[in-house]
Design a protein around this ligand. Structure first.
Ligand code: NDP
Length: 486
C-alpha cells in the first residue's frame, strides 16, 4: 500500500483542513532514510486564535449532548481507526521511523482502544447523591473543564493524540492538540476521523508548531487544562505557566526506570522483559526500564542469553514487516544517544554490544548494552531515550531497592522473580507510578498510566483519567426550614 505523506494542509480547525504558509516551515524527515517526506507550517498567532475559538464554540454544543451520544461518536471513530489500521500504521512508520511490524499492533490500535474505552464510559459519568440530616441532601454534577490543550512528544504521535482526546472528549471537553514538530502527521488523521465519526466541527483541532506554539496555548485564558507528554524540563515550564491561571494539568514526563532480575527469575522471561523495556521503538519509550539490575548469581547467564537474543534483531526497511528494529526518529536524537554512549565508555562501563552508529542513510543505532554500570555513571542517571541498556550488578534485596529508588524519576519499575511474596514486597517498595511483575511495558487502556516524583502528575487511561478531565460541582438542596441567627 502506498500512501501520500504530505497532508492536505498543516492544521485541522473547525472540522476542516486549514493552511497558512506564513508560519515557519517544518520539514518532516523519515528516520529510515533522512529524506523529507512532507512539509507543514507552524501556526501563527491567528491560527492559534482560530483553533481556540473553534474549540470554545464546539465544547458548548458537545457538552449539551448526552453521554450516550458522545460515546457513540468516540466508538465510531475507534471503528474507523481499526478499519484503516494499515494505512494509519504506514503513516505512523513514516512519521516516526518505527517498524510497521510494531505500528500495526501498537499505535492506531491503542488509539482505537482509548476511544472505545472512554466512548463506553461516557454515558456512565455521573455525580452522586449524599443524604443529610432532616431530609436535606447534596447532589454532585460531574462537569467538563472546558477547552483542553494536548501537547505531544514524537515517539507515539497517534497514541498520544488519542490518549489525551478520548478521556477529554468523553467528559464533554473540546481539545486543541499540538503534535511534536518532529512528528506532525498522525494527529491530523485522528482529527479527520473524529469529524467523519460525527464530532461537531471544532471539537478536536490540530495546530502545528514548535515549543512557542505550545506555550501560547498553555497561557491562553480560554484554556482550562493542559496535558503534556514530554521531557521533565518542558514539563516544569508548562506546569509553571499553567499555574499562573490555576489551570488543571496532566504531566506525562520522562523516566529512568529500573528492572530488577533476581537469581530465581525465569531467565527467558527476564531477557524478554529487558528487550521489551529497552529496544521496542528503538528505545524511544518513556517508561523503558533502562537500568537493569541483575543479581550476581544470574548475571553471566543473563548477559549471554541477552546477547544471543539480540542477534535476532532485524534492522532494515521499516515498511518491511520482517523488520523488528527501526531507526531513531531524528538526527538530533541519534546525536544525543551517541553522546551518552561515548560517556558510558569514558566513565568505564563495559560495552557488550552495539554502540556505533550504522553507516547508512537515516539515523540507525543498533541495540546497545553496557554491563558493569555503576550508579554514579551518567548513563545510569540520565534519560537517554534511545536503544541503550545499562546492566548493573546487585547482591541483596534491600540494597537493590535503595539503588532502584535513588533517582529523581518515578515513571515505571519492574521485577522478575518466581518468589510471589518478594514480587509483591518489591513493587510496594518501588517509588514509581506503573509497575510490572514478570512483565514489562504493557499499557492496557483499562490500567492507570503515569508517574510519581519528577516523572509526572496525574494519570492517563482507565477510570482514573476521568478525574483529570472533569470537575465536580456540589449542590446543597434544603428540604427542612432554613434557620438564621436573626
Ligand atoms: P519535549 O519535552 O522536548 O517536547 C514535548 C512537547 O512539548 C513538544 O510538542 C514540544 O514542542 C512541546 N514544548 C516544548 N517547549 C514547550 C513550552 N515551553 N511550552 C509548551 N510546549 C512546549 O519532549 P520530546 O518531544 O523530545 O519527547 C521526549 C520526551 O517525552 C522524553 O523525555 C520522554 O520520556 C517523554 N515522554 C513521556 C511519556 C509519558 O507518557 N510519560 C511518553 C512519551 C515520551 P516541539 O518539540 O515541537 O518544539
Amino acid at each position: 500500500m502506498s500512501i501520500n505523506t504530505q497532508p492536505t494542509a498543516s492544521h485541522y480547525i473547525g472540522g476542516a483542513y486549514v493552511e497558512d504558509t506564513s508560519g515557519a516551515p517544518i520539514d518532516v524527515v523519515y528516520g529510515a532514510t533522512g529524506e523529507v517526506i512532507a512539509r507543514v507550517h507552524a501556526a501563527t498567532p491567528a491560527i492559534v486564535d482560530r483553533a481556540l475559538e473553534a474549540a470554545t464554540a464546539a465544547q458548548k454544543t458537545w457538552a449539551a449532548m448526552s453521554g450516550t451520544e458522545r460515546g457513540r461518536v468516540l466508538r465510531r471513530a475507534a471503528d474507523l481507526i481499526r478499519e484503516r489500521n494499515r494505512e494509519l500504521s504506514i503513516l505512523e512508520t513514516y512519521d516516526t521511523g518505527k517498524p510497521l511490524q510494531e505500528t500495526l499492533v501498537a499505535d492506531a490500535t491503542s488509539g482505537a482502544d482509548a476511544l472505545e474505552y472512554f466512548g463506553g464510559l461516557a454515558a456512565s459519568l455521573t455525580g452522586e447523591t449524599i443524604p443529610l440530616a432532616g431530609g436535606d441532601m447534596v447532589y454532585t454534577l460531574r462537569e467538563p473543564l472546558g477547552v483542553c490543550v494536548g501537547i505531544g512528544a514524537w515517539n507515539y504521535p497517534t497514541q498520544i493524540a488519542c490518549w489525551k482526546a478520548a478521556p477529554a472528549l468523553a467528559c464533554g471537553n473540546a481539545m486543541v492538540f499540538k503534535p511534536s514538530e518532529t512528528t506532525p502527521l498522525c494527529a491530523l488523521k485522528i482529527a479527520e476521523i473524529l469529524t467523519e465519526a460525527g464530532a461537531p466541527p471544532g471539537l478536536f483541532n490540530v495546530v502545528q508548531g514548535m515549543g512557542e506554539v505550545g506555550a501560547a496555548l498553555v497561557t491562553d485564558p480560554r484554556v482550562a487544562k493542559v496535558s503534556l507528554t514530554g521531557s521533565v524540563p518542558t514539563g516544569k515550564k508548562v506546569y509553571a505557566a499553567a499555574a499562573g491561571e490555576m489551570k488543571h494539568v496532566t504531566m506525562e514526563l520522562g523516566g529512568k526506570s529500573p528492572i530488577i532480575v533476581f537469581d530465581d527469575a525465569d531467565l527467558e522471561d527476564a531477557v524478554s522483559g529487558a528487550i521489551l523495556g529497552n529496544f521496542y521503538s528503538s528505545g524511544q519509550v518513556c517508561s523503558n526500564g533502562t537500568r537493569v539490575f541483575v543479581q550476581t548469581g544470574i548475571r553471566d547467564a543473563f548477559l549471554k542469553r541477552l546477547t544471543e537474543r539480540l542477534a535476532g534483531a532485524v534492522l532494515g526497511d521499516p515498511l518491511d514487516e520482517a523488520t523488528n528494529f527501526g531507526p531513531m526518529v531524528s538526527e538530533g536524537q541519534i546525536g544525543i544517544v551517541e553522546r551518552y554512549v561515548r560517556l558510558g565508555i569514558e566513565e568505564g562501563a563495559e560495552l557488550v554490544t552495539g554502540g556505533a552508529r550504522i553507516e547508512r542513510d537515516g539515523y540507525w543505532m543498533p541495540p546497545t548494552v553496557f554491563a558493569g554500570v555503576t550508579d554514579e555513571m551518567t548513563i545510569a542517571r540520565e534519560e537517554i531515550f534511545g536503544p541503550v541498556m545499562c546492566v548493573l550488578d546487585f547482591d541483596g534485596e534491600d540494597e537493590v531497592m535503595a539503588r532502584a529508588n535513588a533517582t529523581e524519576f518515578g515513571l515505571a519499575a519492574g521485577v522478575f522473580t518466581r518468589d510471589l511474596a518478594r514480587a509483591h514486597r518489591v513493587v510496594r517498595g518501588f517509588e514509581a507510578g506503573t509497575c510490572f511483575i514478570n512483565s514489562y511495558n504493557d499499557a492496557p487502556v483499562e490500567a492507570p498510566f503515569g508517574g510519581v516524583k519528577m516523572s509526572g502528575v496525574g494519570r492517563e487511561n482507565s477510570k482514573a483519567a476521568i478525574e483529570h478531565y472533569s470537575q465536580v460541582k456540589s449542590v446543597y438542596l434544603r428540604l427542612s426550614p432554613l434557620e438564621a441567627p436573626f
